[in-house]
Design a protein around this ligand. Structure first.
Ligand code: MD5
Ligand code: FE
Length: 210
């Protein structure tokens, strides 16, 4: 389970019922008020992953309340049920109930990967907090590359993230390089309600206030 210090993989953490509920919520989030979109990188290329945000809107490489790069509208609030799910996730990953109860994620990046989408190796360092990131996977299996804190290169570990899997990145792993080199199309079960592709919810503590 512990892939590196502070990086904990919990296969099959979400049951099918929870996965179905998240897929149904995702369908709503994706429609708006800020529709799901591929973020444009500063170099002018669009990411192959499409993202819809809750709580705070992320655009490379900052958080705002309004989606200035989409339609200028404020993103949906971060729902209380997702705070609770995040706390349960931290409790499941690290058996430290005190830090789990204190965990207050305020932003979620909900990523959708089509058959050919990928995410290059990067660090998540737009948050002004070193609180853990909670990652939930639904749908097609992804090849996930978990690297080191120094650069995009080796050493790294490749593992499969399957529908229902939880991954929590905390402690010394919070600022590790990571990416998704590949999706395995057609590997997800239709029973989740997702016809194709992969949904990944990542919850974060931004450390920002209004
Ligand atoms: C994904 N998303 O599968 C991943 C899961 C992203 C992103 O990378 O930025 O949206 S979150 C993986 C993650 C987050 C924070 C730290 C680390 C991994 N890590 O230290 O490896 O769509
Ligand atoms: Fe990331």
């Amino acid at each position: 389970r512990e892939v590196a210090p502070g990086a904990v993989h919990v296969p099959g953490w979400l049951d099918l019922h929870e996965q179905k509920d998240i897929v149904a919520q995702f369908m709503c989030w994706a429609r708006g008020p800020v529709p799901i979109r591929a973020a444009r990188l500063p170099g002018g290329h669009d990411m192959s992953v499409r993202t819809v945000c809750l709580g705070w809107h992320w655009q490379p490489y900052r958080y705002t309340r309004e989606a200035g790069d989409v339609n200028g509208v404020r993103v949906l609030d971060f729902p209380d049920w997702l705070v609770t799910l995040g706390q349960r996730a931290v409790a499941a990953a690290f058996d430290d109930q005190t830090s789990a109860a204190a965990y207050r994620p305020d932003a979620a990046l909900v990523n959708y990967y089509g058959d050919t989408a990928k995410m290059g190796m990067h660090q998540d360092k737009d948050e002004k907090s070193d609180a853990p990131v909670v990652s939930l996977s639904i749908g097609d299996t992804a090849k996930f590359r978990f690297g080191n804190t120094a650069d995009r290169g080796q050493p790294y570990t490749d593992l499969d993230l399957v529908s229902g899997d939880l991954f929590v990145f905390g402690g010394p792993s919070r600022f590790a390089f990571h990416g998704v080199p590949k999706i395995y199309p057609g590997t997800g079960s239709r029973a989740t309600g997702l016809a194709s592709g992969r949904i990944n919810i990542t919850m974060r503590v931004t450390g920002l206030s209004e």
